[in-house]
Design a binder for this molecule. Sequence first.
Ligand code: IMP
Ligand code: MG
Length: 180
Amino acid sequence: MLEKDIQEVLFSEEQLKARVQEIAREIERDYAGKEIMLISVLRGSFIFMADLCRAIDLPCTLDFMAVSSYGKGTSSSGQVQITKDLSEDISGRHIIVVEDILDSGNTLSYLLKILEHRHPASIRLCTLLDKPERRTKPVELHYCGFTIPDAFVVGYGLDYAEQYRNLPYIGILKPQVYGG
Ligand code: IMP
Ligand code: MG
C-alpha cells in the first residue's frame, strides 16, 4: 500500500541490518573500556537507535531529544528549536548523537553546539544517512551508514509529513507525492 509512493528502494532491510552491525563494531572498537551514552534525535532516528543500541556490546545509557526544523516540507527552514530536551546530565559522559540523516547540517551544527556547552567528556556524531551535496553548514561526522544522492528518502524512521516511518526499508519518495 505504501509501496506505490516509492520510486526506488535504496537500502533493503537486510542491507540496513548488516550496516548497523558494522557501525556497532566500529563503536565498540573506539570506546573499548568506556561507558557511552547514546542520544537519539527524535523522531527520525528512533528505529536506527533501537537497532544500533541492541547491536553495541558496551555499557550504555540512552536519552532522547527532539528538535523541529522541517515542518511538513522537504527542506530545512534554518530555524532550529529544541522541543524536547534531554532528561539526563551529559557532563563528563562519552556522548554519541544518533541521527537519521545529515542534510544541510543546520539541525546538527546547532544541536552539537548546545551539547558541547554542557561539557561532555567527548561527543561524536553517528548518522545513518548522509546527503553531502546539500550541506550548507560544516558538521564533523564520525560514523555514517550510507552516503546518498540528493533525493528525498523515507522509511526506517524517516518521514514525509509524518508518514512512511514504518516502512522497513529506505526508499526514494516519488516526487509527485510532495509536488517536487
Ligand atoms: P538538516 O538540518 O537540513 O541537516 O536536516 C536534518 C533533518 O531533516 C533530518 O534529521 C531529517 O529529519 C530531515 N531530513 C532531511 N533530509 C530528509 C529526507 O530525505 N527524508 C526525510 N527527512 C529528511
Ligand atoms: Mg531527524
